[in-house]
Write a protein that binds this ligand. Structure first.
Ligand SMILES: Nc1ncnc2c1ncn2[C@@H]1O[C@H](COP(=O)(O)OP(=O)(O)OP(=O)(O)O)[C@@H](O)[C@H]1O
Length: 307
């Protein structure tokens, strides 16, 4: 049950799910009131605005946040939680009503996509606390970026750069993005250090996962576990276009990690240096973040959510 003294802050990204959040907000607001949630709310007005909104809620001592949007909105909420100085990150609790295009993170935890069921799940007051990835570009002095689902460099980042323009198509945007990218993407050279293991060579993509699904339901890492204090890493080596096409269904059923040119690892850290003149795109939780040499380390049990 929702504790009567609890105050909530609801963040709505009106653009997520092809503007579905905006359309559905009156209905969601009605359900929240019906279920006696005591809440304030705000719409995001620009990219990453949810970071400021979370800071604002925490300043008002509101530690229970409801995030209405897709993976990108949740990613920004997580980044706010990991960079604020008001409370320990794991003492802030986030409920998610998933109204995005991919909605990948919620799938790992069976958080319902139906609005009423998602609210009922939050009402149960059951909290889980998962690990978070801390991504940092090397030598450029930019702030770390935190991710709660998966980071990817190479083909994966390239697909995300294409998907942005295709999101009006809904979930098929990711598959179509992968097919389009296949023809133009070029494999890249890199030196990778995973824990104490060094791997050099030409690769299609490097995936660093915490949870099971990304790219609109693809399963690209071998044994992801968001609670084991480890990164679940896949390196897809020098696959040709034909090999990508032949294996495309395996991207969705989890069997891609059995393919001979896909190597999997578990480690608490990874360092990646690119030797191409044009290093590949990188994405975290489906958000394109740029390109360059980077490192990632795990932060165990840092993010709490209603499960
Ligand atoms: N008012 C706004 N105008 C434009 N962009 C916004 C606004 N508010 C948030 N955003 C941006 O919208 C982007 C996409 O949001 P989100 O990922 O939640 O939806 P989606 O792309 O439909 O879903 P998914 O990531 O699950 O496929 C995020 O990068 C976020 O920073």
């Amino acid at each position: 049950m929702v504790r009567s003294s609890k105050k909530w802050f609801v963040i709505i990204n009106p653009t997520s799910g092809n503007n579905a959040s905006k359309k559905l907000w009156p209905k969601i607001k009605g359900f929240l009131k019906l279920n006696k949630f005591d809440f304030d709310f705000a719409f995001t007005q620009y990219e990453k605005h949810s970071i400021k909104l979370v800071y604002m809620a925490l300043e008002l001592q509101i530690k229970d946040i409801i995030c209405i949007g897709g993976d990108g909105t949740l990613h920004n909420v997580v980044n706010a939680i990991m960079t604020q100085n008001y409370f320990s990150s794991s003492s802030i609790n986030v409920g998610v009503i998933p109204i995005g295009t991919g909605n990948d993170w919620v799938k790992s935890f069976n958080i319902p996509s139906n609005i009423e069921s998602a609210i009922n799940a939050i009402k149960k007051d059951t909290i889980s606390t998962q690990d978070i990835g801390r991504f940092e570009f090397k030598g450029v002095g930019t702030q770390p970026i935190y991710f709660n689902n998966l980071a990817g460099a190479g083909f994966d980042g390239f697909v995300v750069s294409k998907v942005k323009k295709l999101k009006y198509l809904g979930k098929t945007a990711y598959l179509l993005g992968a097919l389009i990218s296949m023809f133009t993407f070029k494999n890249f050279k890199s030196n990778i250090t995973i824990g104490a293991t060094e791997v050099s060579g030409k690769n299609l993509m490097i995936l660093i996962g915490l949870c099971k699904y990304s790219g609109g339901g693809m399963q690209l890492t071998h044994a992801p576990n968001a609670f084991d204090g480890m990164l679940d890493i896949s390196i897809a080596q020098n696959l040709s276009k034909i090999e990508i096409l032949k294996n495309i269904t395996k991207l969705f059923n989890g069997k891609i990690t059995n393919y001979k040119k896909v190597k999997t690892y578990k480690a608490a850290t990874i360092n990646v240096e690119f030797s191409n003149d044009t290093p590949p795109f990188i994405q975290t939780d489906g958000e394109l973040i740029g390109t360059g040499d980077f490192s990632v380390k795990i932060i165990p049990k840092a993010f709490s959510f209603y499960s």
